[in-house]
Design a protein around this ligand. Structure first.
Ligand SMILES: *Cc1c(COP(=O)(O)O)cnc(C)c1O
Length: 494
């Protein structure tokens, strides 16, 4: 198996090269040239395995030049170091009904689903560097709107051969998200605020990446720049694991019969999470529909319904901020997977860049609709769902999960689809205390991190330890720069 670019299928590379590069040189995304398969017998055999073993089994299929021992070592370091994941199942399934299951992907060190991939990526990346003969230090630059920065810091902290520097918009992240980052521990980490919004931080990082003089200077100092964002294949692959694992687990527990279809409803932003679900479906996991859930930024709902992708629309700031996105980069991989030629993909992406809009061919739309359903939900209905599900069964959802839950209920009502459904739960409710307290009808707020304890009391359940302990942590990073000073911050860190 080799890896190819979505925009030029003649550009071939190995898995290790794909992970080291992140993005293809032609601007396309890298993906495997074929999709390995799993039989029902394979899924049955995974039933008694733990999460780590399932991760090795799935990832090995895509990483031919990695040995099983290597992958087992990565999985142990990613998912089994004591104190990292607070649930031995790693990605436990909580069932509120015999046909409604919540896949909780937020038991890792930063309490959001990004941990599932960002705990694994540093190991895949450092091993890939060795395999490609790279001996310089990888300097990971991240611009973050919140969750990714913290998860990348935790993933790369103290990983040999790497340094990581995260830029966040000074006025664009929540107090808890900021505190999570500026108190980050580790000897190879740096965090810096940027005056401006997320786009300023992101443009600054892109500028540094394309600055040839900077690259030469870093190379002379034994470093090269690398990225941890969701277009890297090394972030998609670990996410395929939990779709396969969940199906194997549900069958093993007897919640479904092996071979019966299961739907997954996924709160979607950049399309990375749900794309991993699509890979699992193509590998042979009996997934019925993948339900793509959006908030008021419903560009994907329109796309799946009509085949028209149009980012020319107002941007809404919502209570599910990780889905406030108008360009879903990973959609590009889906187009290739559905058989669009590299020329077609290039054309669509060029139209997106120049006009903000493209329309896929009817045959492609038909294929999208065969696998995907969609829907969206505004902040009001999101809060209603949090309140209602909590009062019925004491199950507390974060706003992103509540968007998916609402869209799943809409889908059931509109289509009569009675397939068991897994709601993919992407964040701990304690990461979004203000909105969740609102949804529970609690208006008086404790100051600062006091809201974490306040929500714990209201919900009758403890906050995850990494969040509960935030209040006592020392602030390590107080640097602020204007966008022009970001390159200087990188130099100072090395
Ligand atoms: C990143 C994120 C999402 C969106 O995931 P994509 O892979 O970008 O579609 C949803 N929910 C939460 C909490 C996230 O952090």
């Amino acid at each position: 198996m080799h890896y190819i670019s979505t925009r030029d299928s003649s550009l071939r590379c190995t898995a290790a090269e794909a992970i080291v590069r992140g993005l293809s040189r032609d601007g396309g995304l890298l993906l495997p040239s074929s999709i390995p398969t799993l039989t029902l017998e394979d899924l049955r055999a995974m039933g008694p395995m733990d999460y780590r073993q399932r991760a090795v089994r799935v990832m090995k299929l895509y990483l031919e030049e990695f040995s099983e021992d290597e992958l087992a070592d990565f999985a142990a370091r990613a998912y089994a170091v004591p104190g990292k994941f607070d649930d031995p199942a790693v990605a436990p399934i909580h069932s509120t009904h015999h046909k409604t299951h919540f896949l909780e992907l937020w038991h890792g060190p930063t309490c959001a689903f990004k941990d599932m991939a960002l705990q694994m990526l540093p190991h895949l990346l450092t091993a890939s560097l060795r395999k490609t003969g790279e001996d310089k230090t990888a300097c990971i630059l991240v611009a973050t709107s919140g969750d990714t920065g913290k998860a990348a810091l935790e993933g790369f902290r103290d990983v040999a051969g790497t340094k990581i520097l995260v830029f966040y918009p000074r006025d664009g992240v929540s107090d808890i998200q900021k505190l999570q980052m500026v108190t980050q521990e580790g000897g190879n980490v740096g965090v810096c605020a940027v005056e401006g919004n997320f786009d300023d931080a992101q443009s600054g990082v892109k500028r540094i990446f394309s600055d040839e003089a900077m690259r030469a200077e870093l190379a002379a100092r034994g470093c090269f720049l690398s990225s941890a964002n969701s277009i890297n294949w090394g972030r998609v692959l670990p996410q395929i694991v939990y779709y396969v694992s969940t199906y194997a687990e549900l069958a093993h527990r007897g919640d479904i019969a092996l071979g019966d279809p299961v739907n997954f409803c996924v709160p979607t932003g950049n399309f990375g999470n749900i794309l991993a679900g699509y890979y699992a479906r193509r590998m042979g996991v009996p997934i019925g529909k993948l339900i793509c859930a959006s908030n008021a930024n419903n560009v994907l709902t329109d796309f799946i319904r009509t085949g028209v992708y149009d980012r020319n629309r107002p941007f809404h700031t919502t209570i599910s901020p990780s889905m406030d996105i108008l360009i879903s980069s990973n959609l590009e991989r889906l187009l290739t997977l559905l058989g669009a030629s590299d020329g077609e993909v290039r054309g669509y992406m060029e139209q997106l860049r120049t006009t903000g809009r493209y329309q896929v061919a009817p045959a492609l739309l038909e294929q999208i609709q065969e696998a995907f359903c969609c829907g969206f939900c505004d902040d009001g209905r999101t809060k209603n769902a949090i309140g209602k599900v909590f009062s019925h069964g004491r199950y507390l959802m974060d706003p992103h999960t509540a968007v998916a839950y609402t869209v799943m209920m809409d889908h059931r009502a509109a289509t009569g689809d009675a397939t068991p459904t897994v709601v993919v739960s992407t964040a701990s409710p304690f990461k979004f205390c203000d909105s969740v307290l609102d949804a529970l009808g609690i208006a008086d707020r404790a100051a600062g991190t006091g809201v974490i304890g306040q929500l714990a009391e209201a919900a009758g359940q403890p906050a995850p330890r990494p969040l509960a302990e935030l209040a006592g942590r020392a602030v390590r990073f107080e640097g602020v720069t204007d966008p022009a000073g970001m390159a200087g911050a990188v130099r100072a860190m090395l």
